[in-house]
Write a new protein. Structure first.
Lengths: 249, 272
């Protein structure tokens, strides 16, 4: 079955969530404006994994009854296993910049701000980084400002790190012990040379980097069916565009 | 409890006040923000709890704000907040960057009446490096080398948000949006706009009490129908994405913003 990039990305993130080598994902939180990570989480749930999903911006049936601080309180206790973060800039040591470019506080291009990243990145058991734009302006050698650090000095309290960085062109695996990414897989039509040219940071690559595994028919059927059903209230435009499902009148 | 007029409520906010507001997903009083622009308030210090949204951007664009303390200012799906971005570029506001749980923690310290509270994370972030008022200390209960950040209590002069309803006793009802309760508890004055005032007392009703904020914490209530719009209000009405998208387009330029304000703020002086 043919598929679009968003479907490939959702399936790829779902496989990272289920990665048996990673710490278990029993409770996953998804932040605002994250339709592809949300689709990946719903896919994992609909595949039968025993996972609790807390979607911050769900309007009806919002999971938090103690206010927006409840997510951070849960995470402070270590009760959020997996979270998603992105960044205006991401560098080769997995540092995230959501502040901006130029002088502090972002006198070049100002990004919206750091949200909960300076806390969540360090207190969640693992983080999947997601940024669809894969370009040298986003994937930089060194971020202009650190909203949230990719690794911490010995002794600093920290539960987890980035597991991987998923972009619109490839998947990088992160290695916190050496604070470096390695190229894990290439999306269709990509080459290692093309990824090097589009990436501002240096990374490791094996001689033979595999292709990102294409979605199966079963995964696509779930995404376009029951996953889309769950997502339409929060992401009507995404569902209409990607799954070709218009909102009910 | 007698509601005051929206304009009288706006007039009661002095120039230079530290005013705390929730963002678009969390019951902002856009009606009060527009009334503050009409009153011509100046010098506000804005605390976005924990981020700022549409109301923050229009107050910044209208020149009402000198300082912003928050974790982000964003229009969500409509993209970057255009007047906030322009103000940062121009250097016309002081920006004090936070991270979301830090805002909640500083308010919780004020709520408890203690001078500070600790928060994990943050160490290694440039946010901490730019906050001389945040202190790193050794965890007195931990192993050597286990440092932790202390955040000062913050008690806003004014908390402003929009509740679904108030009752005869002056209690207000916000459902599960309990961050508005923390905000009211921590602030010197809570000014609340509501859709309507209803008979009775929420605290006498077990089903309503848990979503209520006691009148103890509420200084004044004003009726502002659709007062959160374009933000959503629980299950009462949804987010008006088209309205925000049009704002985002027009407010890309100063002239476009002024045109928008003239049409949407000044020509719509609501009889309150």
């Amino acid at each position: 079955m043919s598929f679009v990039l968003e479907e490939l990305l959702a399936v790829t993130i779902a496989r990272l969530i289920r990665d048996p080598a990673a710490p278990p994902a029993r409770h996953i939180a998804v932040g605002a404006a994250s339709p592809i990570p949300a689709a990946a989480c719903w896919l994992v749930a609909k595949q039968g994994a025993p996972v609790r999903l807390s979607l911050l911006h769900k309007r009806s049936g919002n999971p938090f009854t103690e206010g927006t601080r409840e997510l951070f309180d849960l995470t402070g206790q270590g009760r959020i296993d997996l979270f998603f973060l992105g960044g205006g800039e991401i560098d080769g040591a997995a540092n995230l910049n959501l502040i901006g470019t130029g002088e502090w506080p972002g006198t070049g291009v100002r990004f919206p701000g750091s949200f909960g990243s300076a806390f969540m990145y360090m207190m969640t058991n693992r983080t999947i980084l997601f940024r669809e734009e894969h370009s040298p302006r986003v994937l930089v050698d060194r971020v202009a400002h650190i909203s949230a650090p990719g690794v911490s000095a010995p002794g600093v309290f920290r539960r987890g790190h980035a597991q991987a960085l998923v972009t619109g062109r490839c998947v990088f695996r992160f290695h916190p012990e050496r604070a470096r990414f390695s190229l894990e897989s290439l999306h269709p039509g990509e080459s290692v040379d093309a990824i090097r040219a589009a990436t501002g940071f240096d990374f490791d690559a094996a001689d033979d980097v595999p292709q990102t595994t294409a979605p199966t028919d079963a995964e696509l059927a779930l995404l376009r069916g029951v996953v889309c059903d769950e997502m339409r209230e929060t992401y009507p435009e995404f569902c209409a565009r990607v799954f070709n499902r218009k909102s009910a009148a | 409890m007698t509601p005051m007029s929206l304009d009288a409520m706006a007039a009661s906010v002095p120039d230079g006040a530290l005013i705390a507001m929730p963002p678009d997903n969390s019951l902002p009083s856009v009606a009060l923000a527009k009334a503050l622009i009409r009153r011509g308030v100046r010098g506000l210090r804005l605390l976005g709890v924990p981020v700022g949204g549409f109301a923050a951007d229009i107050l910044i664009g209208a020149g009402c704000v000198v300082e912003v303390e928050t974790s982000a200012v964003s229009l969500g799906e409509a993209g970057f907040a255009p007047r906030f971005s322009a103000a940062i570029r121009a250097g016309s506001i002081v920006m004090r960057d936070c991270t979301c749980p830090a805002v909640h923690t500083m308010l919780q310290a004020a709520e408890k009446g203690v001078p500070f509270m600790p928060l994990r994370g943050l160490i290694g972030s440039d946010i901490l490096a730019h906050r001389p008022d945040w202190k790193v200390v050794p965890n007195p209960y931990g192993e050597p080398g286990d440092d932790i950040v202390l955040l000062p209590a913050i008690s806003p002069d004014v908390a402003a948000f929009h509740a679904v309803m108030a009752d005869e006793a002056g209690n207000v009802w916000v459902g599960r949006r309990r961050e508005c309760a923390t905000l009211a508890h921590a602030s010197k004055r809570a000014l609340v706009t509501v859709e309507r005032v209803v008979p009775g007392n929420f605290l006498e009703d077990e089903n309503l009490a848990s979503g209520a904020i006691s009148a103890t914490y509420i200084e004044a209530v004003a009726i502002a129908t659709r007062g959160a719009r374009p933000a959503a209000l629980l299950d009462e009405y949804g987010f008006d994405a088209a309205y925000v998208a049009e704002y985002a387009r027009m407010a890309r330029s100063e002239a476009g913003f002024q045109e928008w304000v003239a049409r949407e703020v000044f020509s719509q002086a609501v009889a309150a």
